[in-house]
Unconditional design. Structure first.
Ligand code: ZN
Ligand code: ZN
Length: 286
């Protein structure tokens, strides 16, 4: 004999199985397909909108992505109601004080849909970065300077790329270079590391102390950026060489007298105190 829904008495039928003793309608209106958090707290910067992640850092994700991440992780752990075989998040909608979480589950071959409510508390604050920006305060300075005249445009371009990046408090033009004010030393070191990997650079000095500050120590990275091209001439202690190839890692040079070609990693290259002579524009390549 057929079985009946314990709540409304409707009989079991094809496409309308009993799930945990209930018909699909009664099931989704009385039970949660899957556990989701009761409450999620969002700490958001009132200035830039960054949200504090569980690691404690502020990240430029919006509140919806943050909530989605937490809910999806919880659903993926799969605390499913009895009789439900699987469940996934189908959508999230943030409202004033709650998040509406759409979930889709499956039970006895039937698809079940449900909207679950998660209480939301949003705390507004000012993230450390915006706080420092407001106070005009910073923990580290990256001084970018063109290493050769042609690199001036490259430095401007890099400054544009750094604008608004995590940790960057302010960018100020300084002569033909730029000064990049950064929240803290580790963020500045990351920026310098990325520059070293992408461009021909030379870190002239790193300095740490109380420069520019009354109280907090500041780190200063002085970085020259070069725009060296194939065909440029380089003066080294041994003579003048022609640039065959250049990358953020090495410079390949040719001795025009002997035709010998050799490669120097950037460290060895800078140790030889090279003078770079840019190839004149339009000059013929040999
Ligand atoms: Zn029912
Ligand atoms: Zn902020």
């Amino acid at each position: 004999m057929g079985r009946f829904c314990a709540r409304c008495g409707r009989g079991e039928a094809p496409g309308s199985p009993l799930v945990g003793g209930l018909c699909p309608e009664c099931f989704v209106s009385t039970r949660r397909l899957v556990e989701v958090p009761e409450r999620i707290e969002v700490v958001r910067c009132r200035v830039c909108g960054a949200v504090r992640t569980r690691g404690g850092r502020f990240s430029r994700i919006d509140a919806e992505d943050y909530v989605r991440g937490i809910v999806e992780e919880c659903v993926a752990k799969g605390r499913l109601a009895e009789g439900v075989e699987r469940a996934t998040v189908s959508g999230i909608e943030l409202r004033e004080e709650e998040a509406l979480v759409g979930v889709v589950g499956e039970a006895a071959g039937t698809v079940l849909r449900q909207n679950l409510r998660v209480r939301l508390t949003v705390e507004e604050t000012t993230c450390p970065e915006c706080f420092m920006r407001k106070a005009g305060s910073f923990g580290a300075l990256v001084q970018l300077r063109p290493g050769n005249p042609r690199a001036a445009r490259l430095v401007s371009r890099i400054a544009g790329e750094l604008e608004g990046q995590p940790g960057v408090v302010e960018i100020k033009r300084e002569g033909d270079g730029v000064d990049v004010y950064v929240v803290e030393k580790s963020a500045a070191a990351r920026i310098v590391g990325r520059l070293k990997a992408s461009y021909v650079t030379r870190v002239v000095s790193t300095w740490e102390g109380f420069k520019y500050a009354q109280r907090r120590p500041r780190a200063v990275f002085s970085v020259r950026v070069y725009a060296v091209e194939r065909g440029d001439a380089v003066e080294l202690p041994g003579g003048i060489y022609e640039v065959v190839e250049v990358s953020p890692r090495a410079v390949v040079l040719r001795n025009p007298g002997t035709g010998d070609v050799f490669s120097l990693d950037l460290g060895s290259f800078w140790r030889r105190s090279p003078t770079i002579r840019e190839r004149a524009r339009g000059s013929a390549q040999p």
